[in-house]
Design a protein. Structure first.
Length: 325
């Protein structure tokens, strides 16, 4: 079995039990358990128990052995407060998750940053993402009462974390629990706004299809920025395509943020933009402006004719190939 976190090992001091579990040194767990002064919950220099490491490696057999001999499934480490369940969710070990829950693991415990087990499941950048296993683990956590609301002082939210990693299947599971998808974090940003800022086009499209709001009480965040501001500040053609398809009806493109700038102003100030972004975003602005003013969107020939005088004329026509019909 592969040893995980080799870059961390050099900086930690491991008790003998941990060395056996991590296969750093040869040994027998049964023999180790017979030693005088054996402590199954002994912690390494970072506060991890042997159970932490077994779960972080997805070693369900060892995790079962430890728990059967009294290992505490709820001891947090001393660095960020990560529990064995969080470790199991991080590596998507369905077997370890099941064993821990069967032995009383606290499903809604949070670390020092407000992250719980469900967020650890959603927030890892795995390549590739084991979607089937993640969905099954999410269903198991939900069935055991996982709290899907924003957590802690930072209002960390599993829906937003799943949006960042574009785990749309998990987003659907969360939304199907009747959760309000328009909740805002401490900065006044919704999951939709964060998806746009991250360039997570699949997540943004899912949220918009589920009726995510971008006007009314959630129209601006605490910086006064709309979803258009976020799209301008974080150039992404795929995001622009999604927003063009939706048309952002009712959104005022002239809203200024606390810096006194419109989304269009940020576009004009931007440098080193990706090819095709400027004309596609101007298309979006044109449609949003027309919708907001109560007019139908311009016909394609009128839109193209207006663009002929744009300094990025060729770039504009290249970008048309990216736009939805």
């Amino acid at each position: 079995m592969e040893v995980l976190f080799p870059n961390v090992h050099a900086s930690l001091t491991f008790p003998r039990l941990h060395q056996i579990v991590l296969e750093i040194k040869p040994g027998n767990l049964e023999v180790e358990a017979e030693r005088n002064g054996f402590d199954i919950n002994i912690q390494d220099s970072d506060g991890n128990t042997a159970l932490h490491w077994a779960c972080a490696r997805g070693d369900a057999k060892t995790a079962q052995w430890l728990l059967a001999r009294g290992a505490d499934p709820n001891i947090p480490d001393q660095s960020v407060g990560r529990t064995p369940l969080m470790a199991a969710c991080s590596c998507v070990s369905l077997a370890c998750i099941k064993i821990l829950l069967d032995h009383g693991a606290e499903i809604n415990a949070c670390n020092a940053h407000g992250l719980d087990a469900f967020i650890y499941l959603c927030d890892e950048d795995r390549n590739p993402q084991p979607i089937t296993e993640i969905v099954e683990a999410a269903k198991l956590l939900i069935a055991h009462g996982s709290d899907l609301s924003p957590r802690g002082a930072n209002q960390v939210w599993c829906l937003v974390r799943a949006a960042r990693t574009e785990l749309v299947e998990i987003m659907e599971l969360i939304a199907n629990q009747g959760i309000d998808i328009d909740q805002q974090n401490k900065f006044g940003q919704t999951a939709l706004a964060r998806s746009i800022a991250w360039g997570a086009s699949r997540s943004a499209e899912f949220l918009l299809c589920r009726g995510a709001a971008y006007t009314g009480s959630v129209e601006t965040d605490l910086d006064g920025r709309t979803v258009l501001h976020h799209a301008a500040l974080n150039p992404n053609i795929e995001i622009t395509r999604v927003l063009i398809a939706v048309k952002l009806k009712g959104l005022d493109p002239g809203i200024t943020d606390k810096a006194g700038l419109r989304a269009e102003d940020y576009l004009d100030r931007a440098e080193n933009l990706i090819d095709g972004f400027v004309p596609s975003f101007r298309h979006l602005l044109s449609d949003v402006r027309a919708q907001f003013q109560g007019h139908e969107c311009r016909e394609a020939n009128e839109f193209v004719a207006d663009a002929r005088n744009h300094p990025d004329e060729q770039e504009f026509f290249d970008a048309l190939e990216w736009l939805p019909s």
